[in-house]
Design a protein around this ligand. Sequence first.
Ligand SMILES: Nc1ncnc2c1ncn2[C@@H]1O[C@H](COP(=O)(O)OP(=O)(O)O)[C@@H](O)[C@H]1O
Ligand SMILES: [Mg+2]
Length: 414
Amino acid sequence: MAEVALTGVGKVYPDGTRAVTDLNLTIADGEFLVLVGPSGCGKTTALRMVAGLEEISEGRVTIGDRVVNRVPSRDRDIAMVFQSYALYPHLSVRDNIGFGLSLRKMPKAEIRERVERAAGILGLVEHLDRKPRNLSGGQRQRVAMARAIVREPQAFLMDEPLSNLDAKLRVQTRAEIARIQRDLGVTTIYVTHDQTEAMTLGDRVAVMKKGELQQVAPPQELYDRPANLFVAGFIGSPAMNLVQGTLTGDAANPRLEVGGQTLTLPPEVLADRPDLAGYLGRDLVVGVRPEDMEDAGLADAPAGAGQSDPGPGRTLTSTVELVEAMGSDVLVHFAIEAAQVVTEDTRELARDAGTDVREAQRTDLIGRFSPRTRVKVGDPVTISVDTGRLHFFDIDTGASVWGTGAAPSGKDEA
Ligand SMILES: Nc1ncnc2c1ncn2[C@@H]1O[C@H](COP(=O)(O)OP(=O)(O)O)[C@@H](O)[C@H]1O
Ligand SMILES: [Mg+2]
């Protein structure tokens, strides 16, 4: 096991495509780091540079205390698991798992022992003498994992290993990967475009956009303190609602004007974010997580502090446009007359979601309401907003507004 470090790593492909820019990332010994971002943001390229499958154009990669830029892949002591787990169809599961060890001329008895240990960890013992064609997709993926584990490498590198599995199997296998990684304690870099996978697996999650690292932090910190609009919109499902607003009032009584409606902010909001005072009287981007909104008609609406009337300045009013009952909660869609946030980040988020953003004076929002809500499509609705939990971003740079000392972990390494 070893620390893996990328320092100023960049990649320009021979055709001139720049895939990765100045990537700085240290994965601690035994850590599970997830690299996440939209398709095409450079995740695979970054991983392949660590693996030695792609030449490093700029910077330095170290595994343990060794700079590996010029070390061939086979000598880097890493094991990779890919999306397509290419097993040898004519070999048994046992021989597939042990294949790499046989190549290395390891004694047969040791191969046998290691293969059986890995098969035990992955629940493959009774399948060892089968051929891959007689296995399910999930079992084949476990064979690919076992093939990586038997090598007892310094690091695991995984590139979307679950994306060929159906949804249910993906969740099961995800839990299994987490357990195995924890048991073995092997330094792991795991690439995915799926933010749920990233959040559930990573000790820390590194978010990339267009070849550049946006933020690296433990999952909850990424969720609670996104460094910018892109991370805010990418992490979380349904995504954080983003609208344009104006900060008014004064430091003692800050207010937020959104779409002709007024929200009062608790003074702590400014105390927690010293830089926000500089935005008084100015436009900014306001972010609201769906779970920070509730049907104000319900007694336990968050901003209502136990009363059915949350009080002035803690609600928005609108009309219900769509209701999606999820069982444990209800997603309620409504719109307010506030300008759409159109920036490079929101365009990139929309592109990733397969939609697009247009300049408009109307923004769709989604609230995650309690299943006790009775709202129906077409109903007028009062939405209580937990105004202490709003997020604020600079409209030009997209950076989160915090303040000295309160900055979330950003591009530089913890
Ligand atoms: N061999 C290559 N030659 C030129 N461009 C490439 C090559 N491989 C990937 N790219 C480009 O590099 C960028 C990053 O790709 P990739 O690392 O595969 O992203 P991701 O894994 O995040 O989807 C994309 O723009 C992609 O088209
Ligand atoms: Mg990829």
